[in-house]
Ligand binder design. Sequence first.
Ligand code: GDP
Length: 435
Amino acid sequence: KPIVAIVGRPNVGKSTLFNRLVGSRIAIVEDKPGITRDRLYQDAEWAGRVFTLVDTGGLDFVESGDIPRQVRRQVELAIEEADVVLFLVDARAGLTSTDEDVAALLRRTSKPVLLVANKVENFQRTGQLVDFFRLGLGEPIPISAAQGMNTGDLLDRLVSVLPPVTAEEGEPDTIRIAVIGRPNVGKSSLVNAILGEERVIVSGIPGTTRDAIDTYFEREGRRYMLVDTAGIRRKSRIEEAIEKYSVIRSLRAVDRCEVALVVLDALEGVTDQDKRIAGYAHEEGKASVLAVNKWDLVEKDTRTSQRFTELIRRELAFMTYAPVVFISALTGKRVHRLLEMVDLVAQQQCLRISTSELNRLIRDAVLHNPPPADKNRRLKILYATQGGVKPPTFILFVNYPELMHFSYLRYLENQLRAAFGFEGTPIRFVLRQRD
Ligand code: GDP
């Protein structure tokens, strides 16, 4: 998916525009505790194109008072990481010197940049916008993010400059792995540990995504691809900003993978950033394995790993299906085990349950625990079938979809997992109405 970054100085309305453009995406029947709050990125769709929108406003560096410098950093990062940049200026406040700084940076990139003038109140009288032509980025697109005025036109323009859709890459028998996580959790070390042990077939094949360099390796006769090892190995020049922004790199890698290896730091537990990154893999329907790294640095007794697992289950409650492996990228401990888990979850995300088995399971589940009802209606599951894999998706034909409750789907999910496994992979349900 292409990445679209909104840049601009503080208070021009970046977050308002972000929320406006992602709109009210209907959350399907699934809860996402702890990962939808305060997010910096969200998928949006317009005219059939899906893209990931990033609000760089969330990247404001509160600790430093030097706003022009902060803004410049954000813009540099956006130029580096995004496919399209939306440069937001404030029509009410007029042109500022920070805007000019930003424009100077943006004029140098070959990526599409859309100049957007926010807080326009009168779309008949856009004379106030002539100043912005001086930025050398073409005609400003007037909008009001707060009122949602002209944002449709903006989206039309945006979609017209998105890069063309790329086909699924990689060879069919190859398991594509994305190593993701916060900076310094040990992603590079883990990649090196894996590649040090296994036979590297080819390295440095540029992927279809700009800058991404993938590495293929072989292990016990099976082929793997590590997605975007360039992104993992290269350390950005803009050190302070990495902490938040490198998440984008992870998002991009997740899009292209089958299995996400989510790396956590044993010394730091589970942070909000970890939740966002893992949450993305979950939302995208990818299989995941959780690697708790730097385990060599932890003082252990017999219950340490159990306690850590409990912590993970609590903090990443949306992902209790993911196996946890305690590793040391430094010593190589259990890196082998980690790859065995990758194999397992890659296979589990392709599991298919026959329609008869599935319907038998649903019938039993319904007998033990009847579906939700309201005053005069009871939900009936008439028929179920598996609609697809990666992730396993089940279509439920029901009489009243609106009666379905998240907790009941969770119950069905647990029944499916108890019967068939589905280790490491999310499970999805789609409801269809039938009389
Ligand atoms: P990345 O930013 O996620 O790629 O993290 P790096 O691989 O660069 O690792 C960050 C730091 O943690 C480096 O100083 C590594 O040497 C160290 N490190 C990584 N894995 C381990 C580990 O398993 N044990 C210990 N003790 N240190 C590690």
